[in-house]
Design a protein around this ligand. Structure first.
Ligand code: G
Ligand code: G
Ligand code: MN
Ligand code: NA
Length: 254
């Protein structure tokens, strides 16, 4: 309850901010997009992890306003990036299941797109695999409606849930994100790469884009590339950054 109050006032006072982590074309080592990630720094300087405060934001309903603000911030940033010449850049935004089930989610999405002028085809929403498994009928309907807006969908933390292949085939999603845990395992044992390999293959068979997350070293990147993984994200390439740092990094990179 204490943290809920601190979050409510902190959000109102501007203590939350959004950082952006580049997503790379693995073979070309070129940035092709970024994921927007929420951060909270309290007045005493402490950073509170989204793993801790997002559940509280969900439980309290604050996630509705916070999530809308993150989406609008990311849309604005995408427009600015395009104006700066990064015209093929995509922007991924995490969506909580509480937001997703909110009756006005689609209206909120449409007005965020309209009012910021962000092109929907360069916006991607990340939903988690566990979310994807609950209430299949609602999910299938929602994904169809989101598709209509032109926004694409990625399944985050893919491989951690147990969605069946036939179910996955029914979902109108565009991308699978290989969970960091499976990227870490890649170099740990002979069988360590089997899940990553399976997801890459699955993506290829279903015509979906695949991105590996949490890539921290060159060995992991090399194996993923050899397995045919097109995209990657992780500390090897860049950490999540505030916008000024992101611009510097993008320009530095050419
Ligand atoms: O950025 P970091 O690794 O600390 O994020 C921890 C978790 O918080 C991740 O699972 C990430 O998906 C989630 N997260 C980060 N930003 C957002 C956000 O804006 N909305 C939601 N719903 N989750 C987020
Ligand atoms: O669950 P989701 O994929 O949205 O979470 C993304 C989180 O992963 C972010 O909080 C981000 O800070 C974190 N992250 C991104 N790249 C790396 C990485 O290379 N290693 C580790 N340990 N965490 C990462
Ligand atoms: Mn994510
Ligand atoms: Na993830």
């Amino acid at each position: 309850v204490r943290m809920m109050h601190a979050l409510r006032t902190g959000f109102a006072k501007g203590e939350l901010f959004v950082v952006y982590q580049p997503q790379m074309d693995l073979a070309a080592r070129r940035p092709v997009g970024a994921e927007a990630l929420l951060r909270w720094q309290t007045p005493d300087g402490t950073f509170i992890s989204p793993d801790r405060f997002i559940p509280i934001a969900e439980y309290s309903g604050l996630i509705i306003d916070i999530g809308e603000w993150v989406l609008r911030s990311a849309c604005h940033e995408l427009v600015r990036l395009r104006e700066a010449g990064h015209r093929q850049f995509t922007m991924s935004v995490n969506v909580s299941q509480v937001q997703f089930r909110h009756p006005y989610f689609l209206d909120m999405l449409r007005s965020a797109l309209e009012e910021t002028g962000a092109p929907p085809e360069f916006i991607e929403l990340e939903i988690t695999e566990s979310m994807a498994m609950e209430e299949p009928d609602l999910l299938i309907k929602m994904l169809g409606q989101i598709k209509h807006t032109g926004v694409s969908i990625a399944i985050d933390d893919f491989g951690t849930g147990f969605s069946s292949l036939s179910y996955l085939q029914r979902l109108q999603v565009d991308r699978l994100k290989i969970d960091r845990a499976f990227v870490t395992e890649i170099t740990h044992s002979a069988r360590g790469s089997s899940i990553a390999e399976m997801v890459i293959q699955l993506g290829r068979n279903l015509g979906l884009s695949v991105i590996a997350e949490g890539v921290e070293d060159e060995r992991q990147a090399a194996i993923l590339q050899a397995l045919g993984c097109p995209l990657a994200q992780g500390f090897l390439f860049a950490r999540p950054m505030a916008t000024t740092a992101l611009y510097a990094w993008l320009n530095d990179d050419g």
